[in-house]
Structures are given as structure tokens and as C-alpha cells.
Design a protein around this ligand. Structure first.
Ligand code: TXA
Ligand code: MG
Length: 436
């Protein structure tokens, strides 16, 4: 892209927090618009951009920020790939505001439905019924057959015979889709390979100058992407772990035997870093991420990190410690350096982090000298919801501070519904998963 665009951040927090209440989406919108609020102006402008241009719009959902485009127009969908600099061989998720909008995708020849309930039954495979009832609107994407003469642009499905669709629980996301009056194709609104954005500032950091509008609805509540399930296969499969967990799915009729249809290396923990060529770069900050298996002994981890800091060959001057359940502050590396604690503000998000400066003897150069290494502490909390919500933000914040290595305390995959999603994203971000 040659011309740099002036990217605007438009605040819409209030709409996201208030939601429609007892009103329908059209009533909510009519009411908001008649009051001429700045939020209404932002939604109208974003919807107009989505309908009439090929430049995507970033918007909040309950999972992560999405980069949305009219899913029915090829040029608009291509705009997503351009802005993200993402290869276009990966199909995108379609977002709808209502079952009615989904029906119009599934049955492009019919304009109106006299009996919406009946046609829902006939067009959506019955296996999905229990999931839709329980999890929609919400962080669950289902795979459906793409109908003949589909209205969806071929770039959305990457020419597959199926498409992924979800109805977000974020009221703001549904309002935007409603006002745009189009299904929106939307991947996460990060630059390709980077951690997904869970705040408007994250989107701005990656896509400033590449898009016109970022709608700022505040931080995302879930923090990891939707669970993608395929009920067209037998047995049904989870294609991506996310905001809805395995156990929750298994409680739904037809999904008792759902299988894990993704591979994230969880079964082959490596003692040594994975071969660089084999690493699937995704969710990766600039810093190297080193993930420790849950149950690793914190003292052994601290020894290992200490050695890395002393070893100039590793080259780390600043490191980040992202901890969850068992690691102490700074992994206890600050013992013996009382009074050395400082704070530092990350300029973009204004988040304040604790750090201490650790003197380390550098014996590599001819004349030994003491170097101060910076150790940043990033506690994610111990419940899985907080860990999921803060994970991507932690990686981004430490990156913007300029740490070279981020050590992360893993959690057990099976200890809560979101834990598989957390570990899946971490394994993809990490260069190594170690046991200590
Ligand atoms: O939470 C989310 O799902 C976020 C927010 C913005 O809604 N969106 C998101 O979209 O993560 P995207 O496009 O990055 O996710 C696409 C995922 C990929 O794992 C892709 O392989 C899968 O959905 N997918 C999409 N269509 C598919 C299809 N027809 N068959 C199999 N997998 C599909
Ligand atoms: Mg993504």
C-alpha cells in the first residue's frame, strides 16, 4: 500500500457496555441514532465504510478485535488480506447479527422467510442445534456447507465447500453488522504473525496507516478467539480451541464424543528449542517466547533463567516473566537485591510494570564488568479467565518495552474450559516448550 491512511480511533465503549437491553437491534439503533450521539455517528461512519469501500474496519468482539469487511464482496475481503499482510489461503470466519442473516446466506434465492424456524431446521444440520441454543450469541464458530450460488466472496472460504460462521455476543459487534446490513468476514485485527489484539491500542500499533477506522469498545472480555467446531464430520471435531471449552461442548446432545482435530504440539514437549524452520509463526511477539510446562519446579526455572541472563551468548539484557499459578514475583530472582524494585509505564497502553535491575558479571569481554539486566514481572492472575483475557496483552506490552525473552508459566490443558485455548496460543507463540 503506497498511501498512508490517517487511522482514527472512535470510542464506542458505552454501546458495548449498555447493550440493547430489552430492545431489538433495529429498535436500539433507531433510538441511538435519533439521539445523535457521537457513538451513533461512529457506527454510521463505520457501516458506510464497510458498505462502500474496500478498506476494512476494526471492531471489538467479546473474543478479540476483528478486522471486518463485507463478506459478499471480493474486493472488500481482499482489503483484509492487504491490511494484515496475510496470505490468502486461510478461510475467514463470517459474523452475523441474527439467525435471519444466516438464513439469507444459506438460502440466497429466497428474500424473505415466512417460517424462519422451519427453514432454520432444514438448512442448518441438526447436530448444530444444541450448540446454537447454548452458545449463540457467543465465542463459537460452526462450519456449514456453502450453498450453491453462495453470496459469500470466494476469498472468504478460500474456495472450500464450507464456511465458518459465528454470532458474536458483543452487543456492539452485532449492532455494527446490523447497521452495515452485511455479514462481516473478520479475522483478528493484528498484523499477520503477531499476537491477536484485545484492545484498540493493539490494533492501532499494528495497522496504523493501513485502515481508516478502529472502533474502540474497551478491552475484550474473553481474550482468545472463538472455538471452531466441525459437525459435518463424524465424529464431530474441534478445529481450534477457544472461548467455549471441550467439557462444555461434550454436554451438548450429539457432541458427547467430539474429538480434538487440531495439533499444537501438546503431545511432544521438547527439551530443546524446536527447529526454527519447523516453527509455525503465529501469535508471536518480536521477543522470543519460552514456555514452561505446567508443574515445572519454579526454583529450577529460576536457575535456568538465571543462567540465560549470565550467558551473554543468549544475549538477553531485558527479560519478561509472565506468571500464572505458582511462580513467585520475578521468579524469586530478586532475592538478595532488596530495594532495587522500580516501575515502568508502557507508553502505548499506560500499563505500569514492576521491574528490578539485576547486576550480572559479564565475563565474555576481555575485561570483566558488571551489567544491569532488567527483569519485568507480569502477573496474569491464577484463574483461567484472567489468564486468557490478559495473555495477548502481556506479550504485546513486554514486546513494546523491548524485552528479548519472555518466560511464561504454562497451565494444564485440561484444568478448565479455556485452558486448552490458552496453551494452544502459547505453544504457537513459543520457540520452545521446556520442562524444568
Ligand atoms: O474469535 C474469533 O473467531 C475472531 C473474532 C474476530 O471473531 N475471528 C477469528 O477469525 O479468529 P479468523 O478468520 O482468524 O479465524 C479463522 C479460523 C481459522 O482457524 C480457520 O482455519 C477456521 O477459522 N475456518 C474458517 N473457515 C473454515 C472452514 N470452512 N473450514 C475449516 N476451518 C475454517
Ligand atoms: Mg488470527
Amino acid at each position: 500500500m503506497t498511501t498512508k491512511r490517517a487511522t482514527q480511533i472512535l470510542p464506542v465503549h458505552r454501546l458495548n457496555e449498555e447493550g440493547p437491553g430489552t430492545k431489538s437491534l433495529p429498535e436500539w439503533w433507531a433510538d441511538e441514532r435519533s439521539r445523535g450521539t457521537p457513538e451513533a455517528a461512529a457506527v454510521a461512519k463505520a457501516a458506510e465504510t464497510l458498505r462502500t469501500t474496500d478498506v476494512p474496519v476494526a471492531f471489538p468482539t467479546e473474543t478479540v478485535y476483528g478486522l471486518g469487511a463485507d463478506a459478499t464482496r471480493s474486493d472488500a475481503v481482499q482489503g483484509i488480506y492487504k491490511a494484515k499482510q496475510r496470505p490468502s489461503d486461510n478461510p475467514l470466519i463470517v459474523h452475523v447479527d441474527s439467525m435471519d442473516m444466516l438464513q439469507r446466506i444459506l438460502n440466497p434465492s429466497e428474500e424473505k422467510y415466512h417460517d424462519a424456524a422451519a427453514s432454520e431446521q432444514s438448512l442448518i444440520p441438526p447436530i448444530y442445534q444444541s450448540l446454537i441454543e447454548k452458545f449463540w450469541p457467543g465465542p463459537l464458530t460452526i462450519i456449514l456447507p456453502n450453498p450453491p450460488h453462495s453470496v459469500l466472496a470466494k476469498e472468504v472460504t478460500s474456495n472450500l465447500s464450507t464456511f465458518g460462521v459465528r454470532m458474536p455476543s458483543s452487543p456492539f459487534a452485532r449492532l455494527l453488522i446490523h447497521v452495515a446490513d452485511r455479514p462481516l468476514a473478520a479475522p483478528s485485527a493484528n498484523a499477520s504473525t503477531k499476537p491477536s489484539p484485545t484492545a484498540a491500542q493493539h490494533v492501532y500499533h499494528d495497522l496504523n496507516g493501513r485502515i481508516d477506522i478502529i472502533l474502540d469498545g474497551g478491552p475484550c472480555g474473553v481474550g482468545v478467539e472463538s472455538t471452531v467446531v466441525d459437525g459435518l464430520s463424524n465424529p464431530p471435531a474441534i478445529l481450534r480451541p477457544g472461548g467455549v471449552g471441550l467439557e462444555e461442548l461434550r454436554q451438548c446432545p450429539g457432541w458427547e464424543n467430539v474429538v480434538i482435530g487440531y495439533h499444537d504440539g501438546s503431545l511432544d514437549v521438547k527439551e530443546a528449542p524446536r527447529a526454527p524452520g519447523m516453527k509455525y509463526r503465529h501469535y508471536s511477539p518480536r521477543a522470543k517466547v519460552v514456555l514452561f510446562e505446567p508443574g515445572s519446579n519454579p526454583d529450577s526455572v529460576a536457575d535456568r533463567v538465571h543462567k540465560d541472563l549470565q550467558n551473554s551468548a543468549v544475549g538477553a539484557h531485558n527479560i519478561g516473566i509472565v506468571r500464572t499459578r505458582n511462580w513467585g514475583k520475578y521468579l524469586g530472582l530478586n532475592k538478595g537485591y532488596e530495594g532495587s524494585e522500580r516501575t515502568r509505564e508502557e507508553p502505548e497502553t499506560k500499563k505500569t510494570l514492576d521491574l528490578f535491575k539485576m547486576p550480572v558479571e559479564d565475563s565474555c569481554s576481555g575485561s570483566p564488568k558488571t551489567i544491569l539486566k532488567e527483569v519485568y514481572d507480569y502477573p496474569l492472575g491464577s484463574d483461567v479467565e484472567s489468564i486468557a483475557r490478559g495473555l495477548f496483552s502481556a506479550l504485546r506490552t513486554l514486546d513494546s518495552i523491548g524485552v528479548e525473552i519472555i518466560y511464561v508459566e504454562g497451565i494444564a490443558d485440561d484444568e478448565g474450559d479455556l485452558s486448552a485455548a490458552v496453551m494452544n496460543r502459547l505453544r504457537k507463540a513459543a520457540e520452545a516448550e521446556l520442562k524444568a
